[in-house]
Write a protein that binds this ligand. Structure first.
Ligand code: GUN
Ligand code: ZN
Length: 435
């Protein structure tokens, strides 16, 4: 029996950044489209009228009227151990870490607990249409084993790493430069490149690592091909002052990472809210990426990310939820908040650019755009079916909309997990909304 399956719906995906290619050239849209999937990959995409006659007799065609298929969403920054502490009241970054985050992450020394939370976390990502994420574990290597085991069962493309933290954190949550290096290496050898899994060397942020630990992290980053580096950068003003005090010999926050060999292709820095021009320049010229985390930046009162400025320097930018400082697993909700972050700076976020950030832009930030990010033939069949009738209000709003872009914008403002009808990973349904 053939494994070919086809999906009929409106289809929309990005081919390029609308900022570079212009709106028209940046995307492809089929109002009545057909997506043909074979062996977990996209085989063909086109108008249903063109492709239906080409299908072998008996090929199953799944029809989604009143729905829009897009690529699966890419979340370029999130913490799975923080799932249970999302929506914790009243603090900004440094106090929030002490009060809520560190005590919550302590429990991830227990692999059984880590495994339970990993299941809840992945279920939540898929309920929200996110098929790939760059994920912080906790300092415990067991947390990453538990996470990758859960990802492997669902055949998801995921990137994760053990946190490195050897100072300025509670004793129960620290490693050492040497154990952090050895544990990370063991995890890399076990998981990096296994199926659809990738490893990220993950120093939490400059204040919680000694220069020795950052040096070894940089060494590790160079040692293995295609490894990621994942950390935080310039999120909060007090944090930045603290980094200056801890590393007075460095030019600034980014220079701490640069000095230790932690920037370049596959380095992803969460936030970058307060970057200076020189830092943007360096991120751009080294092929590093920034994760824009609007719900988190608003929730922690961190500041307004200047997307246009950072992109002017050629920096790759993806979208991150940053749960548990972020307030939603939904990239649609992240885009809602991203739009408002831009409005507060007198700027606009074009709906096609929003889609780009949540899909192909995220894939480019992660150097995975040869595998995910859009629906071109050969890519992994990771896609999401968005429901134009998700709620009575969305249904009513969609019926007023005249254009695709108007519909897309309304979905990003009004949509959340309720708008995700079904999610597919490698051609297999991994979430279907109860109807
Ligand atoms: N900086 C260092 N650790 C964290 C974290 O867990 N969340 C956020 N938002 N920022 C951080
Ligand atoms: Zn974070």
């Amino acid at each position: 029996m053939s494994s070919t399956k086809a999906y009929r719906a409106a289809l929309l995906h990005c081919l390029a950044d609308p900022r570079e290619a212009g709106a028209e050239q940046s995307h492809e849209y089929f109002e009545d489209g057909l997506l043909v999937v074979e062996e977990g990959k996209i085989a063909r995409i086109g108008a249903a009228s063109d492709l239906l006659p080409t299908l072998a007799a008996g090929t199953e065609v799944v029809e989604y009227p009143d729905a829009l298929i897009t690529p699966g969403f890419v979340d370029t920054h999130i913490h799975y151990p923080q799932t249970g502490m999302i929506a914790s009241y009243g603090e900004q970054l440094l106090d929030w870490l002490e009060t809520y985050t560190f005590p919550t992450e302590r429990a991830f020394a227990d692999k059984a607990h880590a495994g339970e939370v990993a299941e809840i976390f992945l279920t939540e990502l898929l309920r929200n249409g996110t098929t790939t994420a760059l994920v912080f574990g906790s300092v415990h290597k067991e947390s990453v084993d538990a996470f990758f085991e859960a990802c492997e069962k669902r055949n998801l493309r995921m990137i994760a790493g053990k946190v490195l933290m050897d100072r300025n954190a509670p004793d129960y949550l620290t490693d050492t430069a040497e154990t952090g290096y050895a544990d990370s290496k063991e995890l890399i050898e076990r998981w990096h490149g296994k199926g659809r899994l990738h490893y990220a060397v993950t120093p939490r942020f400059a204040p919680t690592s000694t220069p020795e630990q950052l040096t070894l992290a940089g060494q590790l980053f160079k040692e293995f091909p295609d490894l990621y580096m994942h950390t935080h950068l310039s999120e909060n003003r007090k944090e930045i002052e603290w980094v200056r005090a801890l590393f007075p010999e460095r030019k600034g926050y980014l220079d701490v990472y640069d000095h230790h060999g932690l920037i370049g292709a596959r380095s992803v820095f969460a936030h970058g809210v307060h970057l200076c021009d020189e830092e943007c320049q360096r991120l751009g010229e080294t092929g590093s990426a920034v994760a824009f985390c609007p719900t988190s930046n608003l929730f922690l009162g961190s500041g307004l990310f200047d997307l246009e400025k950072v992109e002017d320097f050629g920096v790759r930018v993806g979208l991150g939820t940053d749960v548990g400082a972020g307030t939603s697993f939904s990239q649609l909700q992240s885009l809602n908040e991203a739009y408002k972050v831009m409005q507060l700076q007198g700027k606009k976020l074009d709906p096609l650019k929003s889609l780009y950030l949540a899909t192909l832009g995220g894939a480019r930030a992660l150097y995975l755009d040869d595998r995910i990010g859009n629906l071109q033939p050969g890519k992994d069949a990771d896609f999401v079916v968005l429901d134009y009738k998700a709620t009575p209000l969305i249904d009513y709003r969609m019926r007023q909309a005249r254009t695709l872009v108007e519909k897309l914008f309304a979905l990003t403002i009004l949509g959340d997990d309720r708008a995700v009808k079904e999610t597919y990973a490698a051609g297999v349904s991994v979430h279907r909304k109860a109807s």
